[in-house]
Ligand binder design. Structure first.
Ligand code: GLU
Length: 321
């Protein structure tokens, strides 16, 4: 790559980081640093209901405490509404967007549920509204904005990519999600649009994140192509889950950095346990993120990922000496 790897942290300030977030951040940091690359920090705070400045401050402090540094930022998405609006207008200018008046209840009633993950495929209800219908409905309700995806028979709507960890993927947008939101009806810019615009404008070449976002990647590549951006490489790393397979959430307080830092020790034990989780350290080894740079390979992560999520069972940080 011409200018080297540019990775990024893109946390949402919806709560305290837990060990799963730390694992993904560590992998993003190692992916960039092991290649001699740079990192950007961007706080994804577009949704006012899922963000607060206190959480942003803690995220930044937690990354510092972990020894995961960055070279640029923090950028805050709420300061960047103009660039997202421009991108939506550019897509609109090509006739690729349309206003959608469907309510949540209508969407659930009319849409075909997606077989694997319970999300819905938009059936195109508002695709063909006439200008007068749009005008009429706009009096009653603020529309969301959707991006058209090509029909299933059109090759442009099938996105293939090669993930550094998960290997080859191929997705037909019309069959996986249908036309998707770029702006919500409450005016909030959709994640799928903002993340693409930001990664491109910030020069990001390597996107490392939890594999719960694997299913968003095809949509993001589609938006990149429409806007003429180049495609970064993707690495979707395993999630850290509770012993019953459940995703970690705000309920797992003992695995968040508030509890872990409350023990007034350094980050080395946590980093060591996460590194051991992907075979980069021995069990029980304590070490800093810096010390891992030399050991890191995507091969190790790829091998570990084949065994599925990482169980947090083995992590006992709180209430231990
Ligand atoms: N802000 C997202 C999150 O915290 C991550 C987005 C991304 O990495 O693309 O889950």
């Amino acid at each position: 790559m011409e200018n080297g790897v540019v990775g990024r942290f893109a946390p949402s300030p919806s709560g305290r980081m837990h060990v799963g977030n730390v694992f993904a951040a560590l992998m993003a940091w190692l992916g960039a640093r092991s290649a001699g690359g740079r990192l950007v920090l961007r706080i994804e705070d577009l949704d006012p209901r899922a963000s607060n400045p206190g959480n942003s401050r803690l995220l930044i402090e937690d990354l510092r405490w972990l020894g995961l540094d960055w070279d640029e930022g923090p950028y805050y998405q709420h300061d960047r509404l103009e660039v997202y609006t421009e991108a939506i207008e550019a897509l609109g200018g090509k006739g690729l967007t349309y206003p959608c008046f469907c309510t949540r209840a209508e969407l659930h009633a009319a849409s075909a549920p997606h077989a694997s993950d319970g999300t819905y495929i938009y059936p195109g209800t508002c695709r063909g509204l006439s200008p007068s219908e749009v005008a009429q409905r706009s009096l009653v309700r603020m529309p969301a904005v959707r991006l058209r995806v090509p029909d299933a028979s059109d090759a442009a709507g099938t996105i293939a990519y090669d993930d550094l960890v998960c290997g080859q993927h191929k997705e037909a947008l019309a069959l996986e999600c249908g036309d998707f939101l770029v702006r919500r009806s409450d005016g909030v810019i959709a994640y799928q649009l903002a993340v693409v615009v930001d990664d491109a404008l910030m020069g990001v070449t390597q996107v490392v994140r939890g594999d719960d976002l694997l299913g968003s990647t095809a949509r993001q590549i589609y938006v990149q192509r429409l806007l003429g951006f180049s495609q970064p490489e993707y690495a979707h790393v395993p999630l850290v889950v509770a012993s019953d397979g459940r995703r970690l959430s705000k309920r797992d307080r003992d695995l968040d950095l508030g509890a872990i830092r409350g023990q007034e020790r350094g980050p080395e034990r946590l980093i060591g346990q996460l590194a051991a989780g992907v075979g980069l350290a021995e069990k029980g080894e304590t070490l800093s993120a810096d010390e891992l740079v030399e050991r890191f390979t995507w091969d190790a992560v790829r091998r570990r990922a084949q065994d599925g999520p990482i169980e947090s069972d083995g992590f006992h940080f709180a209430n231990q000496e």
